[in-house]
Write a protein of this length. Structure first.
Lengths: 244, 254
């Protein structure tokens, strides 16, 4: 089967201003990022906190334009899964689902088709027709997650595997995400959990200080990444118990 | 189609804006009508009862001026803040950011539309009947709308970089208000003063509205054409500025 490029980044750099001045001093959050993403692929992103993973996701999503370098993008929606995007307290659950969906790149007709599933998945019952301002934080999270999981972008961008709600809903949301990761959808997943990456990703891109260090088959890259971080290694700094 | 989705966002967010306003207060929609009426009351007391400067037909005169002015003031004041205020969304979604001031202008214009309808009914009951000159009303409205979008878009483009502008917008609007002939007739000014004050396009638009709605006269169409062109140019400039700056907005520090 011939593979098709969904996205390709060449020498991508992104600079952030330190102040509100357009021409003030800036720091380079990404410099020299090279990566490809193929249709149907599950790609993992690893790197330490502050390495630029979230910035990279925002570039892939098209929110940030690179200051230099090129982004090739096959047609299709790249959407960062973000819970509760654009939620407004005085709108009902249904209306917030519509607004959030529109903002996330879906058309009204696509959203309308998914509304019944969103209502059902969220288990909000009659609260789906009530203003969001009356929801508990758990209910908000459930609505946000249901919207994100029921709408189908061409490329799904995940900043960590999100599981929300009470114990029961956590299991359900985790299952739904896994199901999505096992489907045809193209996925970019940022995670600090090696087991998750090993289980779900075909390929991994390793990022350090805003640049791609290495990329390739999952276990290979994870091994090198772990080696670089192990005590005594020259890079990676001091490690405490938690893997980051 | 991206454009269709953008239009859907504008219309749905406009609806959400109006809903928000209704649910935030007890009287909700009623405030759209009460606000100009209260302002009218204040000016009536000060200028007619206290200073004795009102004269015949002062109430409808004030009402037309205030309704036209409020449309401009509310839209500009609200939308100058709109991109800065939406920074949460700006950081997370790829959208043409002109959507944010556009939504504000839309919701304030819908409010204005309702208030205008009531104003027309009041004018008709007072004996200012519609005539052939009403044909010029769309010209007046479109001219003011273009002025609104022009000023709004330009301010919305700049405020995220210079948030201090927010503190200047309201006093500036206040100054323009005093120079717009809302509570006095610029017709009665000395010719030189009148010429100067017509450099403020809102003064001309408000006078034109009174020509059409109260005096049964044609507005100065040459003047209106110039203001309309200027408004269109400002609007285009505002849209261009927002587009030009659009890759900076998501990066601004919070």
């Amino acid at each position: 089967m011939e593979r098709k490029l969904a996205l390709s980044l060449k020498d991508v750099s992104v600079r952030f201003p330190r102040t509100r001045h357009i021409r003030g001093s800036a720091f380079e959050a990404l410099h020299g990022i090279n990566m490809d993403l193929w249709h149907g692929e599950k790609l993992g992103l690893v790197g330490r906190n502050g390495a630029g993973k979230s910035t990279l996701l925002r570039v892939i999503a098209g929110v940030l334009k690179p200051d230099s370098g090129t982004v090739y993008r096959d047609h299709g929606k790249c959407q960062l899964l973000s819970l509760g995007l654009g939620f407004l307290p005085h709108l009902t659950g249904r209306e917030n689902a519509i607004l959030s969906g529109l903002l996330q790149g879906f058309e009204r007709s696509e959203i309308d088709r998914a509304l019944a599933d969103i209502a059902e998945f969220s288990e909000l019952g009659e609260f789906f027709e009530q203003p969001l301002g009356t929801y508990s934080s758990g209910m908000r999270a459930r609505l946000g997650f249901s919207i994100a999981i029921q709408l189908e972008p061409d490329v799904l961008l995940l900043d960590e595997l999100l599981a929300v709600g009470d114990a029961e809903f956590k299991v359900k949301s985790r299952d739904a995400l896994r199901q999505k990761l096992n489907s045809e959808t193209t996925v970019v997943l940022v995670s600090h959990d090696e087991r998750v990456l090993k289980e779900l990703c075909d390929r991994v891109v390793w990022i350090r200080a805003g640049a791609t260090v290495d990329q390739g088959e999952t276990s290979e890259i994870l091994e090198r990444y772990a080696a670089a971080r192990s005590p005594g290694a020259s890079i990676g700094g001091k490690q405490t118990g938690k893997v980051d | 189609m991206k454009l269709r989705r953008y239009l859907q966002i504008v219309s749905f967010k406009t609806y959400a804006d109006l809903r928000a306003e209704r649910s935030r207060t007890y009287l909700g929609f009623a405030w759209w009508f009460l606000e100009p009426l209260l302002l009218m009351g204040v000016f009536f007391v000060v200028f007619d009862l206290i200073m004795n400067r009102g004269g015949e037909g002062f109430v409808p005169f004030l009402l037309v001026g205030l309704v036209m002015w409020q449309w401009f003031r509310a839209s500009v004041s609200h939308s100058s803040n709109s991109i800065l205020q939406a920074r949460g969304l700006v950081r997370d979604v790829a959208l043409p950011f002109v959507i944010f001031p556009l939504v504000t202008v839309c919701s304030d214009s819908i409010k204005f539309g309702m208030v205008l309808a009531v104003l027309l009914v009041i004018l008709w009951t007072l004996g200012y009947l519609p005539g052939v000159h009403y044909m010029a009303l769309p010209v007046v409205l479109v001219t003011e709308l273009l002025l609104i979008t022009g000023v709004s878009f330009l301010l919305a483009a700049l405020v995220p970089f210079v948030p201090d502008l927010r503190f200047i917008v309201d006093p500036l609007l206040q100054a323009v208000f005093f120079l717009s002939g809302v509570f006095y007739s610029i017709d009665k000014l000395a010719p030189e003063a009148r010429g100067l004050i017509l450099l403020n396009p809102m003064a001309g638009v408000i006078e034109a509205a009174r020509d059409v709605l109260m005096d049964g006269a044609w507005p100065n169409l040459g003047y209106m054409a110039i203001v309309m062109l200027a408004g269109a140019a400002f609007t285009a400039g505002g849209v261009a500025a927002i587009r030009r700056l659009s890759h900076h907005y998501p990066k601004l520090p919070n």
